[in-house]
Ligand binder design. Structure first.
Ligand SMILES: Nc1ncnc2c1ncn2[C@@H]1O[C@H](COP(=O)(O)OP(=O)(O)OP(=O)(O)O)[C@@H](O)[C@H]1O
Ligand SMILES: [Mg+2]
Length: 188
């Protein structure tokens, strides 16, 4: 299950406790996110989580920690993916031979928990938006918890993804803002 989690190598052992405390707001986000993960792990929470904020604030780190905690601690088949990767898998399916497009979309609709990173990075002319809408529709229809991550705020997401997708993403969601400084800049 861990190998199929899609977690990038650099976050393969990510945990929440590795994160240094940088400000009260960040500590609160970590507390709330951990609580959400625990609720999902117990099967009590079926709503989404949305992580919005600046680059380098630990959004991907936290969400990979969440995926690993759900797999290791609760045996839940959680999965990390970027919207770009789902789109790529859909495009590759058109060549035939492997999974069909509908099978790829079904699979991403079916993970018990999905982290969808860089949700706003889409090709405007390609199938990105259609693919994203399909996955969001399937997951919200079945009330499967999804973590959406973006550098954009809610208003920009409306512009980029449309009201329909954003309305489903934010429906009863735990919304977490990450406005603190870029940790990557600090390390440099
Ligand atoms: N509070 C922290 N303590 C320790 N390491 C941190 C902290 N915040 C971030 N990092 C580290 O900084 C790097 C950047 O974090 P991450 O990739 O999670 O940022 P991000 O918010 O996803 O950025 P982007 O929006 O650019 O994708 C990672 O190596 C992560 O482990
Ligand atoms: Mg990231």
């Amino acid at each position: 299950m861990l190998r199929q989690a899609g977690v990038p190598g650099r976050f393969s052992v990510a945990t929440f406790s590795q994160l240094e405390r940088v400000c009260d707001e960040q500590a609160a986000v970590i507390t709330n996110f951990r609580r959400w993960v625990a609720g999902v792990g117990r099967g009590e929470v079926r709503s989404n989580a949305v992580l919005l904020g600046r680059t380098g604030t630990g959004k991907t780190h936290m969400s990979c920690a969440a995926v690993l905690a759900l797999i290791r601690g609760c045996g839940i088949r959680a999965r990390y993916v970027t919207s770009e990767q789902i789109k790529r898998e859909v495009c590759e399916s058109w060549g035939g031979g492997g999974e069909s497009e509908s099978r790829v979309l079904e699979r991403y609709g079916a993970y018990p928990v999905l982290v969808l990173d860089e949700v706003d990075i889409l090709d405007e002319k390609g199938p990105g938006l259609r693919v994203l809408n399909s996955v969001i529709d399937k997951r919200s229809g079945e009330q499967r918890p999804t973590v959406f991550i973006s550098n954009q705020d809610q208003a920009s997401l409306h512009e980029l993804l449309g009201r329909r997708a954003v309305s489903r993403m934010f429906e009863s969601a735990l919304i977490m803002h990450c406005p603190w400084d870029d940790y990557r800049a600090r390390k440099a």
